[in-house]
Design a protein around this ligand. Structure first.
Ligand code: HEC
Length: 110
C-alpha cells in the first residue's frame, strides 16, 4: 500500500516536470511561429478578412490549429478541390502552414 502510493507520487512528479519542460519549449516555438504567421497572413486576409468573409469565403480566425493544418495540406495535395486555395496552399511549406495555423487560432478578425 505505502509502496504503491510512493510510486504513484513519483509518476506525478515526473509527469509534472516533463509537462513544464514541454510548455517552455512550446511557448518559445509558438511565439516565433505567430510572428511568421502574422507576416504571411496579409495575403490571406484579402479574402478572409472579417468584412469580406461570407458564405463563399469562410472565416478562418479562431480556427482550430489541427483542423487548419489538415485543411491546408488537403488543398495543397489536391484532395480538397478549391482551385484558389490549392494555388495558395501549393506555395506554402509545412512550417508556413504551422505558423499560419498558430497565428489564426489566436487571431480575431479586424
Ligand atoms: C482569393 C481569395 C482567397 C485567398 C487570398 C485565401 N483564401 Fe482561403 N479560402 C478561400 C475560399 C473561397 C475558401 C473556401 C473554399 C472551399 O469552399 O473549399 C477558402 C478556404 C480556406 C480554408 C478552409 C476553412 C474551413 O473552415 O474549412 C482555410 C483554412 C483557408 N482558406 C486558409 C487560407 C490561408 C491560410 C490563406 C493565406 C495563405 C488563404 N486562405 C488565402 C479564398 C481565399
Amino acid at each position: 500500500m505505502r509502496r504503491a502510493a510512493h510510486e504513484h507520487y513519483r509518476a506525478i512528479v515526473t509527469g509534472a516536470l516533463g509537462g513544464a519542460i514541454g510548455i517552455v519549449l512550446m511557448s518559445a516555438a509558438s511565439a516565433a511561429d505567430i510572428e511568421l504567421g502574422r507576416y504571411l497572413s496579409s495575403e490571406c486576409t484579402t479574402c478572409h478578412g472579417a468584412a469580406k468573409a461570407d458564405s463563399a469565403i469562410p472565416v478562418i480566425h479562431g480556427l482550430d490549429q489541427a483542423h487548419f493544418i489538415e485543411v491546408l495540406k488537403a488543398y495543397r495535395s489536391g484532395s480538397l478541390p478549391n482551385p484558389v486555395m490549392q494555388n495558395i496552399a501549393g506555395r506554402l511549406h509545412d512550417d508556413d502552414i504551422a505558423a499560419l495555423a498558430a497565428y489564426f487560432a489566436a487571431a480575431r478578425p479586424q
